[in-house]
Design a protein around this ligand. Structure first.
Ligand code: SF4
Ligand code: FES
Length: 234
């Protein structure tokens, strides 16, 4: 293992050659937005939120797929990188109900955090809204699944495949209709992942949430009911 030195946003950092730039930045308290990566998993490159700029490179790169090298000079705040990340976020938000007032994940939702960081309004109208009108699934004894809130990060799918070596959930359909569902579209409660409470932790938004006593009364179908709230933006 070779120790190297690089700079991120002017901060001098010592780390091990070949580590992933995203984790190096996060480990040194430099936030780079990300939705689709988990530690010890190969990068998936789905969310396109983690763009950064490298000195000497014309085009921004995704921090989750970039390995650190000696002498690298990285900027997480370059205009080109921020433009790409903001567009990716606006596209994601156009597919999400942004129903924070009724969402059990509100306050710990990664979308709220990223929107605040990138200074994008959660109720942005940049792209036409397209929501998946799928029913809420409360058949699991420990989880509630709200497909309309899924941001297609793939973390739950990959966790089951790579860590649990099972395939109880996966992506179905293409384009705007794409969503995460169980094998054969069976209720979550009947699937192999139905008892996996950790999916509520893994899910960065309110698609999988833990079913606690009293949760039920807060749940509304966000697609049919509407009503987004916006946390204070800087
Ligand atoms: S359900 Fe949650 S973890 Fe799974 S793909 Fe959707 S947003 Fe990601
Ligand atoms: S974390 Fe890099 S593309 Fe999602």
């Amino acid at each position: 293992m070779k120790t190297i030195h690089l700079s991120i946003d002017g901060k001098e950092i010592e780390c091990v050659e070949g580590e992933t730039l995203l984790w190096v930045a996060l480990d040194h308290a430099i936030y780079i937005p990300h939705l689709c990566l988990m530690k010890e998993m190969e990068p998936f490159g789905a969310c396109r939120l983690c763009f950064v700029e490298l000195e000497g490179e014309d085009l921004p790169v995704t921090a989750c797929t970039t390995k650190v090298k000696e002498g690298m000079v990285v900027s997480t705040r370059g205009a080109k990188a921020l433009r790409l990340a903001r567009t990716a976020l606006e596209l994601t938000l156009s597919n999400h109900p942004v129903d924070c007032a009724h969402c059990l994940k509100s306050g710990s939702c990664e979308l709220q955090k990223i929107a605040k960081h990138l200074r994008v309004k959660l109720n942005t109208k940049k792209f036409k809204k397209f929501l998946r009108d799928r029913p809420i699934d409360e058949t699991s004894s420990v989880l509630i699944y709200e497909p309309s809130k899924c941001v297609l990060c793939g973390k739950c799918v990959r966790y089951c495949q790579e860590k649990l070596e099972m395939n109880p959930i996966g992506f179905a359909y293409r384009g705007f209709q794409r969503w995460v569902t169980t094998f054969d579209d069976e209720p979550v409660g009947l699937s192999e992942c139905g008892g996996r409470i950790e999916l509520a932790e893994i899910c960065p938004v309110g698609a999988f949430v833990a079913k606690n006593k009293g949760n039920k009364k807060n749940i509304v179908n966000p697609v049919r009911k509407g009503g987004a709230s916006n946390p204070t933006l800087p």
